[in-house]
Design a protein. Sequence first.
Length: 262
Amino acid sequence: MRRPEAPSLANALFAWCVVGFILAPLAIIVPMSFSASTSFEFPPVHYWLGHYRTYFSSEGWLLPTLNSFVIGIASSVLTLLVAPPAAFAVNRREFAGRRALQVMLLTPMLVPSIIMAISYYSVFGQLGLNQTYAGIILAHGCVSIPVVLIALSASLRNLDRNLERAAAICGATSAQALRLVTLPLLRPAFILAGFFAFIHSFDEATISLFISGREVSTLPKRMFASIHLEADPVVAVVSALMIYAAILAMAIATFLRQRRPA
């Protein structure tokens, strides 16, 4: 009677092995961030907080961090202004070329980042947008469109259209049904899509390497330069801080989900 459980156990063990393989590098980063060595060292021989003090006291690290937050927030807002109308169009309307439009909106996800970076660099060079906040915000906003489009499209497909029809029966116009019924129901999807867009922008390195200058350098670009030029162990500190932030975000999301009424 227990034979059918064997494949499930094997699948579970395999899944945990995959998870361990994925998380193992992250487990190495945290101890490295406390190393007293002047270069990358694992396992650390001595532990200290000197590299953390260096990060929090260095303008060369704090300015790119601030730039990444500003650019991430601004590009997320831009994406949330552009992507939702497109998501409604490709999911709620029937028109010629709808499928083609949907594929073109996903192009930034399908085309290699290096190709997108070269394209933006060439076009923005003609427009004078290279090495500017406007240019990098615009580029990050454009490449984040597929992330928001996919998140909103999934929610739109699962949304019960009968609720909108009920609002129409009660006398609501299309605009009122959208404002009072559809958008409130999609609020969690908008929040999630905005968060994904921010993470996508914050993590974007290839495009930033091409079009961001010294004054608008982002954190991934600063980390790349640090590893490439000097193997600065502060990179491990930045990576560890990102891991802490991700764990905190997941804990908050879990807490809010448990407190949400059924």
